[in-house]
Design a protein around this ligand. Structure first.
Ligand code: HAM
Length: 426
């Protein structure tokens, strides 16, 4: 009886061969600059106490108010699948007292995140981020380093058609001064109740409203960048001058509002030009009050999250992905039961030396197996039967030109040099 098929839940991103190699390559390249700069892996749960996000990310955000996967576990606790990584990192830093050691705490992470958004190209309900956080020191040079790490990762992948947008949300004094004028401005607008409620929690949110009538109304709104205190202004100018020194180009966008409420000071987004509506390939910034909000010390942090799914789409759009997939150095064709055992043993020994070996299982006729060897792209193919087992000698065929040589099985390693695949791991 044919049973009904079960499909993946709507809107999740998943990667199966051969595209999964490209995904892996992109993800590893996004991590590499941070690893070279001394950031270390932090591996955290994908579910957390719901309060971590409602308190940490902010009630006025779409992420918290509309997009969380929240459920009650069997013990009656409210649990949420992580919609982002920064709050969890902060929780772990506090819980493990990492901030009592050397500062800044420098960590990176990579994994799945969950937001119940309306799925479309580049926007998924389960997606992947590579993130970096530096916690404990408030120094504009760290802001610049963080931005440079993201920029180097994109450049390493080969992306060119993207821009960096940057602004500053200033210190508390700057935001308080701006808020007074912004609230007065908003009071004069004709806003519906839900929008007013959002504005009451965080008036900056209205800059981010996608509705054209709101965008129109917000055209004359006072901009936070014009309210920066002398200290914040100097701090932002310092970050910009460091980016100049690093040769990183940027556009100052005073209307940029990030989708999460914890940001202060420097904030930034990387926008790719060929991705349509979901063009943000990464973003981040400084978050001064987050640690205290979550019950920790009053320490500042800065970091970013890069969207692996979108960077892969961008790399495909720009045609910069390396071509090719797994190819083996040797394709072994065993003929018979004893030969399978011999092939398994040889393969195990060669693989331990870093040589890629595939075995043709399935008892296919020799002709079909040779065809499969050809198709696999393997550098060499060799047949093992009773004669080879008895003599200890195997004939290997170089697939590029058909040249055949006889090699002692014990000396196969030196006859085969590992080929480099484009998607090679380090
Ligand atoms: P975010 O801007 O919300 O920041 O997300 C970072 C990146 O994740 C986005 O630029 C985008 O590339 C990707 N992304 C977000 N939502 C989706 C989705 N539904 N589908 C596909 N990709 C998506 C954060 O999450 C902050 N935690 C970043 C950060 C770290 N700030 C400071 N430290």
């Amino acid at each position: 009886m044919k049973r009904e098929r079960i499909n993946a839940p709507k809107g999740v991103s998943e990667y199966v061969p051969p595209r999964s190699s490209a995904f892996e390559w992109v993800r590893d390249n996004l991590i590499e600059p941070a690893a070279l700069a001394g950031y270390q892996l932090i591996e955290l749960p994908v579910f957390e106490d719901t309060q971590l996000f409602s308190r940490g990310v902010g009630e006025s955000t779409d992420v918290v108010s509309k997009e969380m996967y929240t459920f009650e576990d069997r013990g009656g606790r409210s649990i949420t699948l992580r919609p982002e990584g920064t709050a969890g990192v902060m929780r772990a830093v506090i819980e493990h007292s990492l901030d009592r050691g050397q500062l800044p705490v420098k960590v990176f992470y990579s994994g799945a995140f969950f937001r119940a958004e309306r799925p479309q190209a580049g926007r998924y309900r389960q997606f992947y981020q590579v993130g970096v956080e530096s916690i404990g020191l408030d120094d504009p040079a760290i802001d610049a380093e963080i931005i440079a790490l993201a920029d180097s990762a994109f450049k390493k992948i080969g992306l060119r058609k993207y821009r960096l947008e940057i602004t500053s949300l200033g210190d508390q004094q700057s935001r308080a001064a701006h808020k007074v004028d912004l609230v007065t401005f908003l009071d004069r607008l004709d806003l519906d109740e839900a929008t007013r409620a959002r504005a009451a929690i965080n008036p900056l949110r209205l800059f981010d409203d996608k509705r054209s009538e709101i965008q129109e109304m917000m055209k004359g709104a006072p901009l936070l960048l014009d309210y920066l205190s002398a200290e914040s202004k100097e701090n932002f100018a310092h970050v910009c001058s460091l980016l100049d020194a690093l040769g990183i180009t940027y556009v100052i966008n005073p209307r940029m509002v990030r989708g999460l409420d914890y940001y202060t000071g420097t904030t930034f987004e990387f926008i790719h030009e060929e991705l349509g509506a979901q063009s943000g390939i990464g973003g981040g910034g400084r978050y001064d009050g987050l640690m205290q909000t979550l019950g920790g010390a009053d320490l500042s942090g800065v970091g970013f999250g890069l969207g692996v799914d979108r960077v892969l789409l961008a790399a495909e759009a720009e045609g910069v992905l390396p071509t090719g997939e797994f190819v083996s150095d040797l394709f072994l064709i065993p003929l018979g039961i004893a030969a399978k055992k011999a092939a398994l043993v040889i393969a195990q020994e060669l693989r331990a030396e870093g040589i890629r070996v595939e075995i043709a299982f399935g008892d296919r006729a020799l002709k079909g197996a040779m065809k499969a060897a050809d198709k696999s792209g393997s550098a060499y193919a060799g047949v093992i039967g009773d004669t080879e087992i008895a003599s200890g000698i195997i004939e290997i065929k170089r697939m590029s030109d058909g040249q055949v040589s006889s090699v002692k099985m014990s000396e196969l390693k030196s006859a085969l040099s590992p080929s480099a695949s484009n998607f090679d791991r380090k």
